[in-house]
Design a protein around this ligand. Structure first.
Ligand code: MN
Length: 529
């Protein structure tokens, strides 16, 4: 099989000579490093790296990020030494590859209600948003080839994608990624519903297409009469998963969903957008409550457009989205479009790369804490979503040495923390929980036989207070059992309940009846140790 590196260049916006040189080196290095490495599908592993790189090029990332995409699995999967990668490609690419490797160890098996907090954790652990974007590009290719993975694993990966990665892509404003990630995982997590929605969309768009086409002709004529000829139009079909969510909101009544097929009108300037809206409303009656001005009031992820829904006059209803080309690029690529601009300017080679990278997103009023501060490199970018600015601000203040950012504790983390199993499964616990709480949160059997615990690889006493982000391993023994002293050493009601019933009811009989805890699902091999 051959992989033509030109496919990557073609997706990029005019790559420079240096870009091409770097990418060619990364391409050669990765194909050499993974040459005996195969995927589940039997394909060469390099396919995955090549496709990940193409996904990155497709959302207009720069050469550095795309190269890191080609190299993202070489430390973890084929044992390339970090020193060697650093010698070959420098600090910045090593930093990105390490970041992706670290994120790969986090696995979500949790309850939906904590997904938002876990999203934050992913962001804060990424340190540099490019790490997260590489992870998203990697996940997109894995989702496209999920059919080759074992069925149980398919559902776990797809739910993780649906709960964590697709919403993150959405929050970064990268519609290109969020929509495809959603629809791919939807098919695995809710396969019956996905088929149903797909059929429904197919049928409805076939029904509505003639109305839309007729409307476009008459709209163009109307706009031409007002000298508005410098426009073009296309349409988009709503994603499967977002249609599904909307259907649920409207008791499965498709007639209540007006935007499964939406007309897009592209204008040259913002003033033209409003003018077009005015002309449309002068001719076609708008549906009340459906006029939205996301230009003056952008969505939290930065999305801008004017939306309206009108009666076409022949019994049809059409949603129209009016925007400039620039707004469209932002909607499709989101934050990615800002980053590639930065990379192109070649400002990212300093040792401080990740710090200065964040710097450009910071609001003007925040002073930098870093000693090697250089205000010249501080470019303020006002197009960045607020939530991202907030997070970036926290990042800059904390600059936590261990990768996990202390300040993200702000809301949720003041009360809860995430503890990891050695395999990267996440358990969330209240602050001040101990290894005993952790053991019971995994399984009551593990709790009841806890003999010792390791935190980040070192033995600790059972009353040690755990901290956010720590990796905890429970050592069990058949002879070990709870004592009433454990009641003072635990924080969660779940642990206390199990301990009490064990101590009171006296021994063996209690152990067997306990059910697994409700939130986290562990495979049987996780249970013994
Ligand atoms: Mn990968």
């Amino acid at each position: 099989m051959t992989y033509d590196i030109k496919e990557i260049f073609d997706l990029m916006d005019s790559p420079t000579k240096e870009d091409i040189e770097l990418l060619t080196r990364a391409y050669t290095f990765a194909s050499e490093a993974h040459k005996d490495h195969k995927r589940f599908s039997g394909e060469p592993y390099f396919t995955h790296l090549f496709e990940t790189a193409k996904n990155l090029a497709g959302i207009k990332m720069g050469a550095v990020t795309i190269s890191a995409g080609l190299l993202h699995d070489c430390i973890e999967d084929v044992g390339i030494k970090p020193e060697d990668l650093q010698k070959e490609f420098g600090d910045e690419i090593l930093f990105l590859v390490n970041g992706v490797t670290k994120l790969g160890k986090l696995k979500y098996r949790g309850a939906e209600r904590y997904a938002a907090s876990l999203q934050k954790l992913f962001v804060s652990m990424s340190q540099d948003i490019r790490v997260l974007i590489i992870k998203l590009a990697d996940r997109l290719h894995n989702m496209r080839t999920l059919e080759f993975v074992r069925p149980e694993k398919q559902v776990r990966i797809a739910s993780e994608t649906l709960e964590i990665f697709a919403p993150l892509a959405y929050r970064l404003g990268i519609r290109r990624l969020s929509c495809e990630l959603e629809d791919l995982s939807f098919k695995y997590v809710y396969s019956k519903e996905a088929k149903m929605v797909q059929e429904l969309l197919k049928q409805k768009s076939k029904e509505n297409m003639p109305t839309l086409e007729k409307f476009v002709r008459s709209l163009k004529k109307t706009l031409a009469r007002e000298q508005m000829t410098n426009i073009h139009t296309d349409y988009r079909l709503k994603g499967l998963y977002s249609t599904f969510r909307k259907l649920k909101k409207h008791n499965n009544d498709i007639e209540k969903i007006y935007d499964f097929l939406a007309l897009r009108v592209f204008a040259e300037t913002v003033a033209d957008c409003y003018k077009i809206l005015g002309i449309i409303h002068g001719v076609w009656r708008p549906l009340p409550g459906r006029i939205k001005d996301y230009i003056a009031l952008p969505k939290p992820n930065g999305y801008q457009s004017l939306h309206t829904t009108v009666f076409t006059g022949d019994g049809g209803i059409v949603e129209i989205q009016i925007r400039t080309e620039e707004m469209h690029l932002n909607a499709e690529y989101g934050i990615a479009s800002h980053i590639s601009y930065k990379e192109q300017k070649g400002e990212s080679n300093s040792k401080d790369a990740q710090v200065s990278w964040f710097r450009q997103f910071l609001p003007k009023t925040i002073p930098f804490v870093s000693a090697s501060d250089n205000h010249k490199s501080c470019v303020i970018n006002d197009d960045i979503p607020t939530w991202m600015k907030d997070l970036v601000e926290q990042q800059a203040r904390a600059q936590a040495p261990n990768g996990i950012d202390e300040d993200v504790k702000a809301d949720f983390f003041a009360l809860r923390m995430f503890i990891f199993t050695p395999k990267g499964d996440v358990v969330d616990l209240p602050i001040d929980s101990t290894p005993i709480d952790f053991a019971y949160a995994i399984h009551s059997d593990i709790g009841n036989h806890t003999a010792g615990a390791k935190v980040n690889g070192r033995m600790v006493s059972l009353d040690t207070k755990l901290k956010n982000g720590e990796i905890v391993e429970i050592i069990t023994k058949n002879s070990a059992k709870p004592s009433s002293k454990w009641l003072d050493m635990t924080k969660t009601n779940m642990a206390k309940k199990h301990i009490r019933s064990f101590v009171e009811e006296g021994n063996t009989k209690a152990t067997k009846i306990m059910k697994p805890t409700k939130i986290f699902h562990f495979k049987s091999k996780d249970k013994k140790k």
